[in-house]
Design a protein around this ligand. Structure first.
Ligand SMILES: Nc1ncnc2c1ncn2[C@@H]1O[C@H](COP(=O)(O)OP(=O)(O)OP(=O)(O)O)[C@@H](O)[C@H]1O
Ligand SMILES: [Mg+2]
Length: 290
């Protein structure tokens, strides 16, 4: 599917967005080709529309993080091409994308500086990048934390707030430079169900305000359907697109959705595809051990 049709297929929530189109075309990644030679991603193509919430699911070790790292510029690709808004990030002659403030990553394990307050953490990026003065960055950080419902804890240190609050502050920090794309690698993995649900609502609020393109890796299929415009189910390694599930559920979404028939049907459809691939991964592992 090309970018135009990806746009046409996305829900109305993304219609206001004009930036953050990601085009992944025929991407292959081989780790250490002259040594262990791990084929992690093979001929993978995904078109993500500006402002789309694109959820990536697939068996453990299939190559999801590899793809995210290539978009972020942390790892090179072996062949293929990745573009952001029509500009090549990596591809022929340029295997490694530059890292840039237009793409920010939020990892599973959190990365706030424990010795800085939440407001100072959020203000840190623009200050070191020289895009804002200290006063501007701090003022914006305080405003953005307030928008995210964190005004009461802006002056606290990460160790003094709940893990959920710290996570929300991290998303705020990621967004202070108005990036085109937010790259999330299982950000809520270790959280209990209640905290997760608060995280989801908070992320959707942020999304409804910013319409930032979101590339979100998860193993939680309910999370994928609840948040996503589309869910891309990857094959077992090497990663390719196995199935695309369109989530044509209106936004804003809230937790009543979880008990709806429409939601359940989409979760089951996704589960079926992921399960098939997980079985293949398991059987491949058994063969390797045999
Ligand atoms: N630096 C590396 N060198 C060699 N192989 C690697 C390297 N990084 C990852 N791999 C291998 O590439 C494959 C894909 O890894 P990747 O981390 O992308 O999977 P994933 O889908 O994110 O898995 P998970 O769901 O467990 O996070 C795995 O087999 C992994 O062991
Ligand atoms: Mg991973």
């Amino acid at each position: 599917m090309n970018t135009a049709s990806a746009q046409a297929n996305s829900t109305s929530s993304a219609d206001a967005a004009t930036k953050g189109a990601i085009s992944i075309r025929n991407v292959t990644k081989i780790y250490d080709p002259d040594g262990v030679n791990v084929l992690a991603v093979e001929d993978c193509s995904i078109e993500i529309a500006p402002g789309e919430v694109c959820m990536i699911v697939g068996p453990s070790g299939c190559g999801k993080t590899t793809l995210l790292n290539a978009i972020a510029g942390f790892h090179s690709i072996t062949s293929g091409q990745i573009d952001l808004d029509g500009e090549m990030l990596c591809g022929p002659g340029k295997p490694l994308a530059d890292q840039g403030a237009d793409r920010v990553v939020v990892f599973q394990n959190g990365a706030l500086f424990p010795w800085k307050t939440l407001a100072d953490n959020v203000a840190y990026g623009p200050i070191v990048q020289g895009t804002m003065t200290k006063a501007e960055a701090y003022g914006k950080a305080v405003d953005m934390l307030a928008e995210a419902g964190l005004s009461g804890v802006a002056g606290k240190y990460p160790g003094e707030v709940s893990s959920g609050m710290a996570r929300r502050a991290e998303i705020v920090r990621a967004l202070i430079n108005d990036p085109k794309v937010l790259l999330l690698d299982e950000p809520y993995r270790a959280m209990d169900a209640l905290t997760k649900s608060i995280m989801h609502e908070s992320l959707l609020e942020v999304y409804d305000r910013t319409k930032v393109t979101i590339f979100f890796i998860t193993h939680d299929l309910e999370e994928a359907i609840f948040l996503g415009d589309r869910v891309i189910v990857m094959t077992t390694r090497p990663a390719r697109t196995k199935k695309i599930v369109d989530v044509k559920i209106e936004r804003p979404r809230d937790y009543r959705l979880l008990s709806s028939e429409e939601f359940r049907v989409l979760v089951e459809e996704t589960k079926g595809a992921v399960h098939e691939e997980a079985v293949k991964a398991f059987e491949a592992g058994e063969r390797e051990l045999a």
